[in-house]
Design a protein around this ligand. Sequence first.
Ligand code: FES
Length: 343
Amino acid sequence: MSCQVTLTPSGHQFNAKEGETLLESAMRAGLSLPYGCRNGACGACKGTVVSGQVRHGDHQPSALTDEEQAAGKALFCCAYPETDVTLEVREVLSGKDIPVKTLPCRVQKIEKPADDVAVLFLKLPATERLQFMAGQYIDVLMKDGKRRSFSLANAPHDDEFLQLHVRHVAGGSFSDYVFSSMKEREILRFNGPLGTFYLREDSTKPIIFIASGTGFAPIKGIVEHALHEGCDRQMVFYWGARQPKDLYMFDLALKWQAENPNLTFIPVVSDATPEDNWQGRTGFVHEAVLEDFKDLSGYQVYACGAPVVVEAAHTSFTKTRNLPEDEFFSDAFFLAKDLKPKA
Ligand code: FES
């Protein structure tokens, strides 16, 4: 049996399946409600049941008191609808609506998909979840007090582990550490989520994604989120790198394309050697977009990676292809000497 859930004041409606919490069914419907631990401990998901009946699952008394329950409050992460219900809740509409936290995490797994790229899988304590918008980043807090910013490469629906893509930069203290001595099961601390690089879901415009190098990380999160939500906007993903080996998750991008008729993947390589036997596009990644699109006035562009690439894309698309200034979204990765270093 499924129950219909109506949110107020937005008026959004969706069905909750048997055995699904109110929060789970809202997330499956692509709606973002506030949450923290997702197991009845923190109270971040608390809202009001305006009409209908819910069953309150296991939770900490401190997160929802008996008085609150009697007054119609519920923790949506562990409450199950028993009838059609109307809930009063403030939906998360942008990154600004999400609390920024400082949390510990364990490095559960380290993979090296390329010689100079490490993928870190971070596990939060069992009582914590990080709410974020796909494409946002976190700051890893180092022991010397410095911060290193890394984009989240996983989508929010796939949050058992937070995924970071770390490129080895010679002399970069954190990346040197990751490549020389970081061990699995180590504990890190981070602050986040941060940033405004996320998919504007209120638009129906077709999308061009541009990534250079590990600028792939937040694009991966955004694309996986969009596909999970059943987004039917046209998406063209350009991934630029010096050499084919730098396209370190090439097969994943090919798989997106094979499984989604609305997504096209265009890898672009600038310095292929004869031994690479590269058959694909060559040159700079933003130039490939300029060759393919004469008018971007009806598009949104999301660009991430080296500042020179992001800037070249911004200038050329807005100046020569009519891309509206406010339809260009970017996250540039700066190196350690800059204020906000990124992967
Ligand atoms: S998200 Fe923490 S109590 Fe529901």
